[in-house]
Ligand binder design. Sequence first.
Ligand code: IPE
Ligand code: IPE
Ligand code: MG
Ligand code: MG
Ligand code: MG
Length: 298
Amino acid sequence: MPLLSVTPQEFEVRLKQTALAVDRLLDELLPALPGNRLREAMRYSVLGQGKRLRPFLVVESARLFGVDEMQAMRVGAALEALHCYSLAHDDLPAMDNDDLRRGQPTVHRKFDEATAILAGDGLLTWAFEILSDVATHPNADVRIELVAALATAAGESGMVGGQMLDILAETEDFENYQAIARMQAGKTGALFRFACEAGAILALADSSELRQYADDIGLAFQIADDILDVESTADAMGKATQKDSDKGKSTFVDLLGLEGARLEAKNLVRRAAGYLKVYGDKAAMLNATAQFIIARQK
Ligand code: IPE
Ligand code: IPE
Ligand code: MG
Ligand code: MG
Ligand code: MG
């Protein structure tokens, strides 16, 4: 664990600064096109009040290796666009059928279902356009590696595969640790893994420790989401709560109970911090991020 520590307040300030910078970059890369419904829906989806935690992880991991900040920010923006596509589709009637996201109507409620599907498709493909642009990295091998890593994280063996398991978990028996962990690692963990390995890819450095850190915080993040689904309110979260039990979804809260799930998330965060040892004090902000993931209220 790093010796230097970052207080929760210092962490919040840094997260806020990065979130504002991500918002500015997304706004600049995807400017408004008056009268263009698809662009309007894409901007609506991506410019909402998200925590911007995935771009934050990209930027902070990249900082370990002294990567150019704009390169890291572009990768963070691409990842956030892809994340917002996953949310727009996750909220659709055919999936979680949600009306509220980030305190606003979901994309299909604000526009319509077809537009929400297309806005998601637009954001997904745009993410790869950003990564493959020379402004993201001058070395084409690095750009290809970023594209391949994000495709793996987002696709069948990552987020999309996890979302399939999540839907199956409504009707099939997933009541064991391994099955639930596999679903969570896909639907949530895979994008966290990309967020943490991207900095190393940009620096042509080894990412094995960061990937292990990411796998643990990704799982802890989803456990926290499932706990908040039970304990929090739509007002605090900006999205509906009590959805998982209503739908009969298998989560760690079902399997371990609230206290058991809390303990599991805490243990994962402790183990995650251990993987940061090799980076010494430089990893203090990543250590604080792991703590935030289980302490957060939204
Ligand atoms: C929500 O992610 C989807 C999950 C993987 C649980 P976040 O909690 O990061 O949502 P935003 O981006 O802050 O809205
Ligand atoms: C969503 O998980 C994960 C992805 C969008 C890939 P959830 O369905 O639990 O997320 P929320 O609770 O709607 O944000
Ligand atoms: Mg879902
Ligand atoms: Mg959902
Ligand atoms: Mg949830």
